[in-house]
Design a protein around this ligand. Structure first.
Ligand code: NAD
Length: 435
């Protein structure tokens, strides 16, 4: 994954999460002890990791594991390696995971982890040392039935494999369900790489069918061309949607006639950028661009392009009070976590735009992680069709629950998704006698 995922505003991710949570709490009229459980993590673990570097020196990093809520099952959530990973950010992401797993109705709670480091400055051996040090530091906090981690920004299947190996070595056990997002050769599940995009795609398809729209008449703009964005662009293109613009950290390209994401992917692989077919750095082949009806756009311009569906799939907090009025899309599908600020949410709502919130739109990743966890527990390997069928069913059930609540209470999809998630967590906490 990419390291340039940098927030753009001063409000913290956690205060943004609290805006929606507090509105939900108020509407549901919850009791004091219920509010206390829902608005703070159950545990915040903070440790210092020290590794030996290739040159013989030592380096230490702050590492976090925030365990938000485990009423419904083991804590679940990724681990990110990022210089700006801090307690506030990890806490917000852990909280979102708790809502997401409850909304998807999978038997997990919510957690998130982070190591404050710049992974691009380390060798593979050093990265392995950081990964093993993380597991070693949180050995008693993690575990298949306690807290199941996964990849996140800048962590990948290799890192998951080292982490599982460290756990099994230290505990002297066989534990395929210790962590998800593993390589296929070491307990992974087929389709985990495309799961987030696929889940979002199923939700969008359902919305399009429900509103009796024709995919070939829908113009789609996607910000971010990594795991989530690139797979989404490809799914949509295959189904006949008109993907008119895509971008990555270096900018984007726009063609009202539509672009071919497979071709973009080919050039991105060769040149490192989605604009690679036309531009080398800031120098572009204007003639070729004119001939192909392609324009270069900045990431800010991209969000405001004429389109029907806008899919932020890179950064958080990119649609804010400053640009929300200029967003032209009728549908916004949040593949990224937290791309729309609470102020922008209100503006978009007033304009009649439909926002499919992150806790629903990008839940496909954790849903397939659940299949991988279950696969590890049963010892029976899942096949690709099984993954697709079960993912589709779960995503559509979650969407139906959200749509039903939105209609019943006359609230946005985001508030409805939080309501469904919070009510499910509360129901279990009450059943367990916690509140
Ligand atoms: P990734 O690192 O694979 O891709 C990120 C993409 O964003 C890259 O194309 C990068 O170039 C682009 N980018 C970085 N800075 C940018 C900028 N300033 N402007 C525009 N684009 C920029 O990451 P990913 O896994 O695709 O995750 C993207 C988002 O989706 C994140 O918010 C992540 O939390 C969320 N998400 C991902 C998953 C998953 O399974 N991959 C699951 C849930 C949520």
């Amino acid at each position: 994954m990419d390291t340039t995922l940098t927030p753009m505003s001063t409000a913290t991710p956690y205060t943004r999460f609290r805006t929606t949570l507090d509105a939900t709490i108020e509407r549901l009229g919850l009791r004091k002890e219920e509010i206390a459980f829902l608005s703070q993590p159950q545990y915040i673990h903070k440790k210092e990791l020290t590794i030996k570097k290739d040159d013989g020196s030592s380096e230490s990093f702050l590492a976090f594991r925030v365990q938000f809520n485990n009423a419904r099952g083991p804590f679940k959530g990724g681990i990110r390696f990022h210089p700006e990973a801090d307690e506030e950010e990890v806490k917000a992401l852990a909280a979102l995971m708790a809502i997401k797993t409850a909304l998807s109705d999978i038997p997990f709670g919510g957690a998130k982890g982070g190591v404050q480091c710049d992974p691009k400055s380390f060798s593979r051996r050093e990265l392995q040392a950081i990964s093993r040090a993380y597991v070693s530091a949180f050995l008693e906090e993690l575990g298949p039935y306690r807290d199941c981690a996964a990849p996140d920004v800048n962590t990948n299947p290799d890192i998951m494999a080292w982490m599982r190996d460290e756990y099994e070595r230290r505990k002297g056990v066989y534990a395929p369900s210790f962590i998800t997002g593993k390589p296929l050769s070491y307990g992974g599940i087929p389709g985990r790489d495309t799961a987030t995009a696929r889940g979002g795609f199923y939700v969008l398809q359902e919305l399009v069918n429900h509103d009796a729209l024709n995919p070939s008449e829908l113009r789609v703009v996607i910000q971010g061309f990594g795991n989530a964005g690139a797979h989404m662009a490809q799914f949509l293109h295959r189904e006949g949607y008109n993907v008119v613009a895509v971008s990555d950290s270096q900018g984007g390209i726009y063609s009202p006639d539509g672009i071919d994401p497979f071709r973009i992917q080919k050039y991105k692989k060769q040149t490192g950028s989605v604009t690679g077919e036309y531009c080398k750095g800031s120098v572009c082949d204007i003639e070729k661009m004119k001939l192909d009806h392609v324009e270069r756009v900045s990431n800010e311009e991209l969000l405001e392009l004429p389109c029907d569906v806008l899919i932020p799939a890179a950064l958080d907090n990119v649609i804010t009070a400053e640009n929300a009025r200029h967003i032209q899309a009728k549908y916004i599908l949040e593949l990224a976590n937290g791309p729309v600020s609470p102020e922008a949410d209100a503006i978009l709502d007033a304009k009649g735009a439909v926002v499919i919130p992150d806790v629903l739109a990008n839940a496909g990743g954790v849903v397939v992680s659940y299949f991988e966890w279950a696969q590890g527990r049963s010892g029976r390997q899942w096949i690709p069709q099984q993954v697709k069928d079960h993912l589709r069913r779960i995503m559509l059930e979650a969407f139906t629950a959200v749509r039903h609540e939105a209609r019943r209470s006359n609230i946005s999809y985001r508030r409805a998704a939080f309501t469904v998630g919070v009510e499910r967590i509360l129901e279990t906490m009450r059943a367990r006698g916690w509140v």
